[in-house]
Design a protein around this ligand. Structure first.
Ligand code: ATP
Length: 307
């Protein structure tokens, strides 16, 4: 039987007295995309740093394609990392950066050809001869991604790859990730954007305070919440008159607030809408939707999973 691309068993990582990871188990099958979610401080970066050999496990077993991360040299040959700690030289062009990284990682005469192949594959022609320092954030992310692919990794780690990107740049990067997974690369992705995890990940683990608070496919996670989510914009002055206690409330402007609540099913949502009407609530906008991953997060918080 072939080893999973990523195997983590009973992983604990301590920074002094802080347990950044406190007993994490997970696997990622070869060619799949694993999404790692969690609030700030949940342990996502520590997990990625451990998987990419930058932090040693305090306790537990961590393997990449059957190799223990203690064997850092062998593991590093198989992985690519992009995100918070990949470095590009701002004064070099995209092509020069990719070629340099190729040479540094042992490609000699083939470094230039590898750089050209990646520029072609990731559609980076228009940036190839421009200095990286002159490029927009979105373009830099794509070059950063190309840089992590120079060594032809079979497992790719993307740490918040689209943070701060506009929706078009984000969608462009998602397409590249799709193409990589279609060609067999395993991807481990951390993200603050639940929509991104929904779009890319086959499986998701939700970390909370160094532990796995929930796991499953995006569909399975949404089933945890179940039912329907009713979202309505109402006058702030009528908040106290609502026939339910909102799960979330966000101020829209001085006079209005957007509230949401989860109900059991579509008839219950219909009943609640009628209730709002009968109660004379001046609803400005109303949606009834199936749960999103955002709702899963809210639900986990309410259920006390985020201790
Ligand atoms: P963010 O989304 O903010 O990057 P995260 O989920 O990546 O958060 P980590 O950075 O892994 O979380 O941090 C997990 C916990 O470990 C936090 O409590 C954090 O304060 C702590 N921590 C992280 N790095 C260190 C360090 N070098 N020294 C001490 N504590 C640390």
């Amino acid at each position: 039987m072939t080893a999973p691309a990523v195997l983590v068993e009973d992983l604990h990582v301590a920074y002094g007295k802080t347990w950044a990871l406190d007993g994490v188990d997970l696997t990622a099958a070869a060619g799949s995309t694993l999404g790692v979610l969690g609030h700030n401080g949940a342990g996502k970066t520590t997990l990625i740093r451990t998987l990419t050999t930058l932090v040693r496990p305090t306790v537990g077993r961590v393997q990449i394609e059957g190799l223990d991360v203690a064997d850092a040299t062998a593991v590093r040959r198989r992985i690519g990392v992009t995100g918070q700690y990949a470095g590009l030289d701002e004064f070099l062009t995209a092509r020069e950066n990719l070629e340099l990284i190729g040479r540094l990682s042992g490609l000699r005469r083939t470094a230039r050809a590898r750089a050209d192949a990646l520029i072609d594959r990731l559609g980076l022609d228009e940036y190839a001869t421009r200095r990286v320092g002159d490029l927009s954030g979105g373009s830099r992310r794509r070059i950063d991604l190309a840089a992590s692919l120079v060594g032809s990794p079979s497992v790719l780690f993307l740490d918040e790859p689209t943070t701060g990107l506009d929706p078009i740049a984000r969608a462009g990067l998602w397409d590249v990730v799709d193409e990589l997974t279609t060609s067999g690369t395993t991807v481990v992705l951390t993200t603050q954007y639940l929509e991104e995890a929904d779009r890319l990940a086959d499986h998701i683990v939700v970390l909370s305070r160094g532990r796995v608070a929930a796991r499953g496919t995006p569909t399975e996670l949404k089933r945890i919440v179940g039912g329907k989510v009713l979202t309505a914009t109402v006058p702030t002055g009528q908040l106290a008159d609502l026939p339910f206690i909102p799960d979330t409330d966000h101020r829209v402007d001085d006079g209005r607030v957007r509230v949401s609540v989860t109900v059991d099913d579509a008839p219950a949502a219909t009943e609640l809408v009628a209730h709002l009407h009968r109660g004379g609530i001046a609803v400005a906008d109303l949606d009834v939707t199936s749960p999103s991953l955002d709702d899963v997060f809210t639900h986990l918080a309410h259920a006390g999973a985020h201790r």
